[in-house]
Design a protein around this ligand. Structure first.
Ligand SMILES: [Zn+2]
Length: 509
């Protein structure tokens, strides 16, 4: 019998999921922690992935009528104090700047000298700053709607940071819109949520549940928070994007007032919505395996890598010429989604096996080996990242090139199908409280194994039932799905009260 294969990542997912996650990021060379606790370095392979996420989402936001702008990093403390719920929600996570100047102190140290009259908050989110600016911009209904987005960093003090998932400073986009009517603002909230769903499912290959947050999970200050929720491979949920309908709360706090068509003074209706570099963490936890990262082709920093294999200088020149010819032909191709196919040629002089494994761990969708024998046959040796690392096949050079776009599509679709099958297999209709508790209780509490999933259970709508589950089992209602009624009415899994349909309960990131 063949010896069990050693995995490239240690520990495996089953052995220690949290540590596996850190090791995948390290092995893929996507990011690392920094000298500042809670703040991370995003390395080129991770940042290229982020740039592709940005570009693709940005195109969709612009196509739907939004424009980009940029607002200040610092928010005066008094701005944050204007919306009571908002302050309460973010106060504990704020980084506060109190001084503006350094002076030489004893022993060559530097001492903050000029104290600010009003402390500045490093933005945790920009509703209050942008609200104050919109208040200046808006006079009449003719000034509405305002449909702006900004790509930036924000800071939310984090005591237990995890790369890409939870860091004190993180990258994101935040959209902020102001409208003439409540209906228009609500429609905007849904429109952006649908953009997020489409982007995350089509490009990142993450299947999501679309719904509305319960009051307990709502954005501080919002009237309604809508979200998309994905399931990671440890069966925990991850919120992949949110879209908030603010009603007139922030317009009243910031004074966004306009003269209506009837000549009356009215407060505008606002929304905000965001998606962050957390999506990188979500892609890792959904697609990566025990050999490393698996990049969804549509957003991969490179679609294919060519690995020339040679011994000695005689073979080297001929094989490199051949590999360069293949790369040039591939670069003339388009992906099935538009845009050029990105191919890298890795001609570093190092052990071929080791080099191949580097690209497995980085998750590049296609690896192509080309050596002297392939050259003779006018062929290449191909490996797909969605298959086992030793599952390779020989293919004629022209066939390989002609079929590459279709293979990329096949991998993209396959990743989505696999993630969806995994999620569906770990969704369970649960009507009995005992079964519900068992579902969320690991067999070994001292070192919990992967357990749980989405318990699709009935809920009466009472926050008390929701709180009981959160306190006893650390599971929350991820959202009230938009198609909730499809599951039919039933009895609340906690109290037995009437329920209009099932909602997903899960442990979450
Ligand atoms: Zn209940």
């Amino acid at each position: 019998m063949a010896k069990a294969r050693q995995n490239a990542i240690s520990p495996t997912r089953a052995e220690d999921y949290a540590e596996w996650y850190q090791q995948v990021i390290k092995a893929a060379d996507m990011g690392e922690s920094s000298p500042v606790r809670g703040c991370m370095v995003i390395k080129p392979w991770g940042y290229s992935f982020w740039e592709n996420i940005q570009r693709s989402l940005d195109e969709r936001l612009k196509a739907s009528g939004h424009a980009n702008a940029y607002f200040p990093l610092f928010i005066p403390k008094s701005f944050l104090e204007k919306e009571a719920e908002h302050v309460e929600g973010f106060a504990k996570e704020c980084a506060v700047v109190t001084h503006h100047r350094l002076e030489p102190g004893p022993d060559g140290s530097l001492v903050p000298a000029g104290e600010l009259e009003e402390p500045l908050i490093v933005r945790p989110t920009s509703e209050t700053m942008i609200g104050a600016i919109y208040a200046k911009w808006v006079q009449s209904y003719r000034d509405l709607p305002i449909l702006l987005n900004q790509w930036c960093n924000v800071v939310r003090w984090e005591l237990r940071p995890r790369l890409f998932l939870r860091t004190s400073e993180f990258l994101w986009q935040e959209g902020h819109t102001a409208h003439e009517t409540s209906e228009e603002a609500r429609a905007e909230t849904r429109k952006v949520l649908e953009i997020y769903r489409g982007f995350v499912e089509d490009c990142l290959a993450l299947p999501v549940v679309v719904g509305v947050k319960t009051a307990a999970q709502r954005f501080p200050g919002a009237v309604e928070t809508m979200c998309i929720e994905a399931m990671m491979q440890d069966r925990k949920a991850l919120q992949a994007g949110t879209s908030h309908y603010m009603g007139q709360n922030f317009a009243k706090a910031s004074g966004i007032v306009y003269q209506s068509r009837e000549g009356r003074e009215e407060h505008a209706w606002t929304t905000s919505w965001g998606a962050s570099a957390r999506l990188i963490g979500a892609a890792v936890m959904t697609h990566a395996d025990d050999d490393g990262m698996v990049m969804p082709p549509r957003l991969a920093p490179a679609h294919a890598v060519i690995l020339p294999i040679f011994r000695g200088p005689d073979e080297r020149r001929a094989v490199l010429d051949y590999a360069e010819g293949v790369a040039a032909a591939v670069r003339r191709l388009e992906t099935p989604w538009g845009g050029k196919i990105e191919v890298m040629l890795d001609s570093r002089d190092m052990n071929a096996g080791e080099k191949g494994w580097e690209w497995v761990k980085k998750g590049v969708p296609i690896r192509v080996e080309a050596g002297p024998r392939d050259l003779e046959k006018n062929a290449v040796f191909v490996a797909r990242r969605d298959r086992g690392p030793r599952d390779k096949y020989s293919q004629g050079r022209d066939d390989f090139i002609a079929s590459l776009p279709a293979v990329l599509r096949d991998i993209q679709d396959g990743l989505f199908a696999r993630a969806k099958a995994f999620r569906d297999a770990n969704c369970r209709d649960i009507d009995d409280l005992g079964e519900f508790k068992a579902f969320f209780t690991p067999a070994r509490p001292e070192k919990p194994e992967i357990h749980g999933g989405f318990a699709l259970s009935h809920w009466c709508g009472d926050p008390a039932c929701e709180t009981r589950v959160a306190e006893e089992l650390a599971a929350t209602i991820r959202c009230v799905p938009l198609d909730r009624e499809k599951s039919g009415p039933g009895k609340c899994v906690v109290c037995g009260g009437g329920s209009e349909g099932r909602v997903p309960f899960a442990k979450a990131y």
